[in-house]
Design a protein around this ligand. Structure first.
Ligand SMILES: C[S@@+](CC[C@H](N)C(=O)[O-])C[C@H]1O[C@@H](n2cnc3c(N)ncnc32)[C@H](O)[C@@H]1O
Length: 254
């Protein structure tokens, strides 16, 4: 993840705060994950592990939802973890905050207590562009699950969205614009390069706030690699189509 500031003045808002507002809905995700686990296992999930957690809002929302729940959030990059600790963990009541463990580490090698759920949001596993790379991660996720564990990968079917800008307002006034730039997309190799930019109403621009070099994996490829990594049942939950893309969750049980 690369951060850069362009313009005469530093952008007023944290790129993490803008990103969260533009693309995340942690309560909806948490509700979905808990219902999904209950439907599959017939009981409540307790320990959720959020891989590639960034600012780990899902972990915080998970722990806030019930005193029985615990979360562990894993990311390599100290910058989003710092933001998450300051903004989200800091806002939780002390007992809920005590049930969130934040780990700076590599999702492929970290050793943690067995989780009921391992969740990967916003396509983060697409960072692994080779079969060997993704398989290594899926095996690690499998090892990180308990005997009734469930892995949930947020992904997309169809084609990656083209470049588009969305405007956000606050208090009836323009707040910021969010641009998703599809820099290059090769349907043959499935490689997708993209960037996120923000602009405030005064015209200050935060270019390349986040940049991505992804492989847009097909659901069938993910399913094959999940089975090879030792998962049992694999299913797909489909969301509402948005333009050329169809949001999906790939769900795999141990
Ligand atoms: C696309 S961001 C997603 C953040 C968050 N999950 C979300 O939904 O917005 C991907 C995150 O994965 C982290 N990351 C990349 N490779 C990793 C690895 N091997 N182990 C742990 N985290 C990693 C990056 O630091 C970054 O915060």
């Amino acid at each position: 993840m690369t951060l850069s500031y362009v313009g005469t003045q530093k952008f007023k808002l944290s790129p993490f705060a803008l990103y969260e507002h533009a693309v995340q809905s942690p309560d909806i995700h948490v509700d979905f994950f808990s219902r999904l686990f209950r439907e599959i296992r017939g009981r409540e999930a307790v320990l959720l592990r959020e891989d590639f957690c960034g600012t780990f809002r899902i972990s915080c929302a998970w722990a806030a939802g019930s005193p029985a729940r615990e979360a562990v959030a894993v990311d390599l990059d100290p910058a989003p973890l710092r933001h998450g600790r300051r903004v989200h963990l800091g806002a939780l009541p002390a007992p809920a905050a005590a049930r969130v463990r934040v780990v700076r580490g590599d999702v492929r090698t970290v050793r943690l207590p067995p989780a009921d759920l391992v969740v990967v949001c916003n396509y983060s596993f697409w960072l692994f562009r080779s079969e060997a790379g993704l398989s290594r991660y899926l095996r690690a996720a499998r090892r990180g699950l308990g005997p009734e564990g469930v892995l949930v990968l947020e992904s997309l079917a169809g084609r990656p969205a083209p470049t588009r800008t969305t405007s956000f307002r606050r208090g009836g006034r323009p707040w910021f614009t969010f641009t998703w730039e599809r820099r290059s997309w090769n349907p043959a190799t499935r490689r997708l390069r993209a960037a996120i930019h923000f602009r405030d109403p005064e015209g200050r621009e935060l270019r390349d706030a986040f940049t991505y070099d992804f492989r847009f994996w097909r659901a069938a490829e993910i399913e094959r690699l999940l089975r090879a990594a030792g998962f049992g049942a694999v299913g797909i939950v489909r969301g509402k189509p948005t333009g050329a893309s169809l949001p999906i969750f790939v769900v795999a049980t141990v």
